[in-house]
Design a protein around this ligand. Sequence first.
Ligand SMILES: Cc1cc2nc3c(=O)[nH]c(=O)nc-3n(C[C@H](O)[C@H](O)[C@H](O)COP(=O)(O)O)c2cc1C
Length: 324
Amino acid sequence: MQVFTFILLIPGIPSLLRTIYGKRHKSLERKIAGLDFQNPIGLAAGFDKDGKYFNVMSVLGFSHIEIGTVTPRPQPGNPKPRLFRLVKSNGLINRMGFNNDGAEALAERLKKKRPAGIIIGANIGKNKDTPNDEAVNDYLKCFTTLYNLVDYFTVNVSSPNTPGLRSLQEKEPLTKLLVTLQKENSLHKPIFLKIAPDLTTQQLDEIIEIVVNTNITGVIATNTTITREGLKESKNEVEEMGAGGLSGSPLLEMSVSVVKYLAEKSNKRFTIIGVGGIEDYDSAKKHLDAGADLIQIYTGLIYTGPTVVKKILRQLVSFKSMDA
Ligand SMILES: Cc1cc2nc3c(=O)[nH]c(=O)nc-3n(C[C@H](O)[C@H](O)[C@H](O)COP(=O)(O)O)c2cc1C
C-alpha cells in the first residue's frame, strides 16, 4: 500500500491511473438521496478504517468509499492473527474488532484535501468497552465529530467481532439509536443501517419497519456471516482459523437473498446497498437484479485485484447498451 501511495505522489500519475481505471460512464450515473454517484460500485467498510487510503483508492473507479468502522476513542482491535484467507473459496475470515485511530483522528484526516467527485461515507460503531446501554452516546459522538466532513453515514450494528454489538439490531435499542441520530441530523444527511446476513425473516421484517418509521435513507446488506457454509476448505482448516466473520464468494447467495427479501417486502421504499461476495460482473448483477441500488466490494478486491471495478463497470455498460 505504501509503494502505491508513493507512486501517486508523482505528478500526472493519479490522472493517468484515473484514465485507466476510473473512466466515467454517463449511463451508469445515478442520484440517490441527493448524492451524485458516478456509478453503482463503492468500496465497502473495513478496507480504509482510518481514512488513510481514500485518495489512493479513489483512482480505481469507485463512486463511493466507506471509511471505518470508526469508534469514538482509538482502540487496538483483537490480537493478531485476526485475518485469514480461504483461497480455495475466494473468502476471508476476519476478527479485526474495530481497530482504529478514533473519530477525532479521522476528522483531522478528512479536513485535508479530498478527491473530487467521489462520495465519502463514515461507518460508525461503538468502542468494545462501552456497554450496550450506553452505545447511543458512542454513535452520537462519531456522528457529531464527522458530521460536516462526510456525505453519508452508516450505522454499523452488525459486525460479529465486537461482543454484543449485533443485539443492537433488536427493535428497541435500534429504534432509540436511529431516532437519536435523526434528531441531530439537521442537514438531513443520508443515514444507512448495515445489517448482518444471519437475521431471520422476522428480524428483517422488524428492520423494514424501523427503517421506514425512523425515515433513514436505507440499508446496507450485508456484513460478514458467522456461518461457515459452502466452503471448499476442510472443516479442520476452517476450525483452526477460529471465530470471525466470513466474507467473499461463500457469502454471495446469503447477501443476495437478504437484498431480495428487503426489496420485495418493502416495495422498494428505501435505498438498498448490496454487499457480499461481489467479485465479477455476474455476482454484481445478482445484487443489482435482487434490488440493490448501489453495490460495494471488499474481498473481491483482494482476490480479483485493483481492476475489479473497471471490469464490472465495462460489462455493465456494454450490457446496458445492448438493452437499449
Ligand atoms: C478484513 C475485513 C474488515 C472489515 N471491517 C469492517 C468494518 O470495520 N465495518 C463494517 O461495517 N464492515 C466491515 N467489513 C465487512 C465488509 O464491509 C463487507 O460488508 C463484507 O466483507 C462483505 O463484502 P465482501 O464479500 O465484498 O467482502 C470487513 C470485512 C473484512 C474482510
